[in-house]
Write a protein that binds this ligand. Sequence first.
Ligand SMILES: C[S@@+](CC[C@H](N)C(=O)[O-])C[C@H]1O[C@@H](n2cnc3c(N)ncnc32)[C@H](O)[C@@H]1O
Length: 278
Amino acid sequence: MTPVLTRGQALAHARQHYQLDAIDARVLLCAACGCTATDLIAHDEAPLAAQQAATFAQWCARRAAGEPVAYLVGGREFYGHWLHVSPQVLIPRPETELLIECALAAGLPADACVLDLGTGSGAVAISLALARPRWQVWAVEQSEAALALAQENAARLGANIRFVYSDWFAALPAGQTFHAIVANPPYVAEGDPHLSQGDVRFEPRRALVSGADGLDALRHIVQHAPRWLAAGGRLWLEHGFDQSEAVRALLADAGFVDVHSARDLAGIARISGGRLPT
Ligand SMILES: C[S@@+](CC[C@H](N)C(=O)[O-])C[C@H]1O[C@@H](n2cnc3c(N)ncnc32)[C@H](O)[C@@H]1O
């Protein structure tokens, strides 16, 4: 990168030389300079220190080669919380916030026991625990690296969560039951062309792929959840844009009632859920 004098010039260089998206360039520059977006806009004439310019140039080149911005800066905001992320975890998606909203709006008991399956960075469990400090939130994960990162995020944000290293329900204490279970499991089909496009190329396969039709994890969770739910217990699952019908059928077959799907801001059914009979 040619020598850069000001923040404004650095941004222009990122757009012209690396063809970066304006928002990506701004996020990378804020992280390189340790400033907020507001500060960046108000002081675009401020000079970059040599180290800031070097970091920014390196990140621009890596972003131009496809690396996700969240992995470069080491974090992503989710439900108003800054979560650390690494290539060992899925980058939390805005549509997953709908899973939080479903659980918060359901009228669960004030001291509800809630389980997040496949917690990754801890995004869902942490958001629930911070929104409802009296809930007893549990989180399960099968990747040791992800579990460690989720624990670090929870400790830094002050979220009280019981973390369990487990293959879905396998390592949970026998006899434990939950008022609700939430999960954003892997749901992409093996060989799906989206796996070789964009940011997902850099994300862990274990977080994305689940069998020939993408439904293996969803089938497993729906089939086993009734044993871990109290009577009247609730289950909400995130799934692919074209999987809502299949997931609703799985829920009904497993004995769930009030089976329904919730739509994201784009009008796509992204979450399906149901309730065990009382
Ligand atoms: C789509 S990611 C979701 C991560 C996070 N909940 C979120 O919404 O950002 C799915 C997560 O499930 C975890 N996972 C995959 N198979 C698992 C299993 N058998 N048991 C527990 N967790 C599993 C993956 O490691 C990954 O972190």
